[in-house]
Design a protein around this ligand. Structure first.
Ligand code: SAM
Ligand code: SF4
Length: 464
């Protein structure tokens, strides 16, 4: 496949849209409100807006679009790091081969079971499983066995993992076929930086040095039958405006070639990591204000693509950004393999990077639900086969909002019944009562009330 990221074109777009007029910015915001997405040029105009009032208008439009398409749900997941051996030497990552001080681990299947039990007992239903790239220590066979092991865990009160998304190095099409067969949800992979020269500097050797092999991974994943793919850029390596346009071009290429764009876009920002020079001094740090703007611009540019925010960000920053378009968040995370069972987040000596938000899942749930968000553990679309184009067909007319809102409330109620601390349970039930009262039409309200009563009486895993 040909390289479809044209650095020069992106730089030209950014140059040509410098200091846009207020009228032009407002015109683009108006177009974004039609929910049809934006062209790279329109997106560049919003990225180049600097006037504070105009930026506020962009944030406001992102809030409206987020509410319209996703409502106030936030889907929760936990990352599960199973191994930290790595053949690569990415300058920003604590797992890099050159980090001689890292405690290297590849969890055994028994240890993986132990990690998943901890997560299931906290109430998690969705995992993102990941590891370093190491053909001998954590190759595809090992990874597939880990998926099977994790899906096999059952704890008391019906605790189980219902969806495993995965983030591993680029594979051949056959590898993706095997991952699909193992029942994965989304295949996630970040390009890190779309800027070729920066990519070269950050990945001088090892398998990851091949930009094009990584760029085309999502195309191979689609060919291998994985409908839901998630792209991302690691913000802080190069100009964030360039990266947003790179993400958009990647999304459009997938739509063109595979008939469906990415299911999610991740927006990690660089965090400090042990012996990782580019993480300790990011080449192009992104300020909090710029980060908010870029999240909002992505929301406007690709309104139907989910956006994932991790615990790299602090609680305060997460609270700010949720409203601007984020639809999925991690919570209670550890980035050191074995960290859940050990109960350590210190793990700097085994971790990939430092965390900005170290609260437990229950603390995060209490926080977001008292701010009016509905925590969701829903996995219905994936289990009913509503993925890829089928998902988009439902999402676009707004039907997803109806399904998802009810399913979010059901899974939230399950969480409150089985895992929540008393204070979270009281706050959560108050929120659910309000959500039920606000539900229209009456038919949907009745279905909701009926099923919530069934959950309170012990039934589990209800979804529509
Ligand atoms: N090893 C595979 C790879 O590189 O694609 C799997 C994913 S890696 C374990 C997860 C992601 O963490 C990387 O793609 C990178 O974007 C991100 N990451 C690495 N170092 C980071 C840091 N210091 N701060 C924030 N994110 C980082
Ligand atoms: Fe290895 Fe991935 Fe870290 Fe690079 S980002 S060093 S490939 S784990």
């Amino acid at each position: 496949m040909k390289d479809f990221i044209d650095d020069e074109l992106i730089e030209q777009l950014l140059e040509a849209t410098r200091r846009p007029t207020a009228a032009r910015v407002r015109e683009v915001i108006g177009k974004a409100r039609e929910l049809k997405g934006l062209s790279p040029q329109e997106t560049a105009i919003l990225l180049q807006a600097e006037d504070r009032d105009l930026v506020s208008e962009i944030l406001q439009a992102a809030r409206e679009i987020k509410r319209m398409i996703y409502g106030n749900r936030l889907v929760l997941f936990a990352p599960l790091y199973i191994a930290n051996y790595c053949a690569n030497n990415c300058l920003y990552c604590g797992f890099r081969r050159g980090n001689k001080e890292l405690n290297r681990v590849a969890l055994t299947m028994g240890q993986i079971r132990g990690e998943v039990e901890v997560l299931a007992r906290e109430g998690h239903k969705r995992l993102l499983m990941l590891c370093g790239e190491h053909p001998d220590r954590s190759g595809l066979d090992y990874f597939l066995e880990a998926i099977e092991t994790a899906y096999g865990v059952k704890t008391e009160k019906g605790g189980e993992i219902r969806r495993i998304n995965v983030e591993i190095a680029p594979q051949e099409v056959e590898g993706y076929r095997r991952l699909k067969k193992a029942g994965i949800g989304t295949y996630v992979l970040f390009q890190e930086t779309y800027h070729h020269e920066t990519y070269r500097k950050m990945h001088r050797d090892g398998p990851k040095a091949d930009y094009l092999w990584r760029l085309t991974a999502m195309h191979r994943a689609q060919e291998g039958g994985i409908n839901d793919v998630g792209i991302g850029a690691l913000f802080g390596l190069y100009d964030y405006k360039f990266e947003v346009l790179g993400l958009l071009m990647h999304a459009r290429q997938l739509e063109r070639d595979c008939g469906v764009g990415p299911h999610t876009i991740s927006i990690p920002r660089l965090e400090p990591a042990l012996n990782a020079p580019a993480a300790m001094t990011p080449p192009c740090p992104v300020s909090d204000e710029d980060f908010q703007q870029l999240v909002a611009v992505i929301r406007l540019a690709v309104p139907y693509t989910g956006m994932i925010l991790s615990t790299r960000e602090t609680p305060a920053m997460r609270r700010e950004i949720f409203d601007h378009g984020v639809s999925q968040i991690s919570a209670g995370s550890r980035t050191n393999p074995g960290g859940y069972r050990e109960g350590t987040s210190d793990g700097f000596r085994a971790a990939q990077f430092n965390l900005g938000d170290t609260r437990t899942l229950d603390e995060v749930i209490h926080d977001i639900s008292t701010h009016g968000h509905i925590p969701s553990f829903c996995t219905a679309c994936y289990r009913l086969g509503r993925t890829g184009q089928d998902f988009m067909d439902l999402a676009k007319p707004g039907l997803i909002q109806r399904f998802c809102r009810s399913n979010a409330i059901f899974t939230f109620m399950e969480y409150l019944e089985d895992y929540a601390a008393e204070e979270t349970k009281t706050a959560g039930k108050k929120l659910i009562a309000r959500l039920v009262a606000e539900t229209d039409p009456a038919g949907v309200r009745e279905t909701l009330t009926g099923r919530l009563a069934r959950i309170e009486h012990g039934e589990r895993d209800l979804y529509i």
